[in-house]
Design a protein around this ligand. Structure first.
Ligand SMILES: [Zn+2]
Length: 279
C-alpha cells in the first residue's frame, strides 16, 4: 500500500535510492509524478491508479534522469508532461545508465524502455486545473537543465524532483548558479503557496516549514561553500589540484562527505571549477 500523505495524494517509495513516485487521484484526473523504478513496483502503482477510471490522465516528469522516467509506459493513455528541455536531454547517456543498472542487477523489463516523447512541454511555468486543486509546474534548472517543481496548490504539497532531499547534498549536473537560484525560488514558492509538505525525488518527505527551510538552507550553504571557497582559493593563486583538495573536505550539514558520496561531491567540485573558466 502507498503512503497517503494527504487526501488524494499517495506516495510510493522504491527500494532503490528511496526514489519517490507520487500519485494524485482527483475527481478530475489521475496524475502520476515520476513513476519508478523496478517493473514490479511500477506495476503496483499502475494497478492502483487504473482502479479509478478517469478521463484525464497525466504523467509529469520532474526531470529527464532515467530513474524518474523509467515507468511511464505502464500508464496507458496518459498525457506526458515535462519542461521543454526534457526533449533535448542527452538520451544516450540516460539509456546507458539505465542499461548498466538493469544488467548489473538482472532487472528484466518486459516492456523495453524507450525514451518518452512529451505530449505537452512548457517553458517557464504551466498550470493544470483540477477540481478543487491546481497543479502548478515551474521550471527550476540547476540539478538538470530540465528540472521542474510540481505543486499541488490545493493540497499545499510540493514535489521537488532531485532537490531538497534529506539523503543527498545537491548533485549539480547543470549549473551551480542556476541551482542556487532554483533553491531561492523554492523558498519563495513555499511561502507563496503556503506549502506544508515537500516530497523530494529521493528520501523522506519534509513536513512543516521548519524542516523544509532547513533543507533549503543546508543545500544553499553547501553550494555557497563550494563556489565561494573556489573563488577565494583561486584569488590566492592556488592550482587546480590544490583547490580540488581543499574543496573535497567541504562539509554537508556539518558532516564530512564520505564513502560512496565522495564521487558525486568530486563531480560537483570539477563542475564548479569549470564554471570559473580557469583551468
Ligand atoms: Zn533522481
Amino acid at each position: 500500500m502507498p503512503y497517503q500523505l494527504v487526501q488524494d495524494i499517495y506516495i510510493y517509495q522504491s527500494s532503490i535510492w528511496q526514489t519517490n513516485s507520487s500519485v494524485i487521484l482527483n475527481e478530475a484526473a489521475n496524475v502520476v509524478i515520476d513513476p519508478c523504478y523496478f517493473p514490479v513496483e511500477i506495476q503496483v502503482i499502475a494497478d492502483f491508479v487504473n482502479r479509478k477510471k478517469s478521463f484525464n490522465k497525466y504523467i509529469i516528469f520532474t526531470h529527464s534522469d532515467f530513474d524518474h522516467i523509467v515507468g511511464y509506459q505502464y500508464f496507458k493513455g496518459a498525457k506526458l508532461i515535462g519542461q521543454e528541455e526534457v526533449s533535448f536531454c542527452d538520451r544516450e547517456s540516460q539509456l546507458m545508465q539505465l542499461r548498466e543498472i538493469d544488467q548489473t542487477y538482472y532487472i528484466n523489463r518486459k516492456i523495453p524502455f524507450v525514451f518518452p516523447n512529451l505530449d505537452k512541454s512548457f517553458t517557464g511555468d504551466y498550470r493544470i486545473p483540477l477540481k478543487e486543486d491546481e497543479i502548478v509546474l515551474v521550471h527550476a534548472p540547476g540539478h538538470t537543465g530540465d528540472s521542474s517543481f510540481v505543486i499541488s496548490s490545493g493540497k499545499r504539497v510540493m514535489f521537488a524532483g532531485d532537490y531538497m532531499s534529506d539523503l543527498e547534498f545537491p548533485f549539480i549536473y547543470f549549473n551551480s548558479g542556476a541551482y542556487l537560484k532554483s533553491l531561492n525560488m523554492a523558498g519563495k514558492l513555499v511561502k507563496d503557496f503556503d506549502i506544508e509538505y515537500v516530497v523530494p525525488g529521493h528520501g523522506d518527505i519534509a513536513k512543516g516549514k521548519k524542516e523544509i527551510f532547513d533543507r533549503i538552507d543546508s543545500d544553499k550553504e553547501y553550494l555557497l561553500a563550494l563556489t565561494d571557497k573556489a573563488q577565494e582559493l583561486l584569488n590566492q593563486g592556488l592550482q587546480e589540484r590544490e583547490i580540488t583538495a581543499v574543496l573535497t573536505d567541504i562539509k554537508y550539514r556539518n558532516e564530512p562527505i564520505e564513502g560512496a558520496m565522495i564521487k558525486m561531491h568530486i563531480e560537483n567540485v570539477k563542475l564548479v571549477l569549470k564554471e570559473l573558466h580557469i583551468f
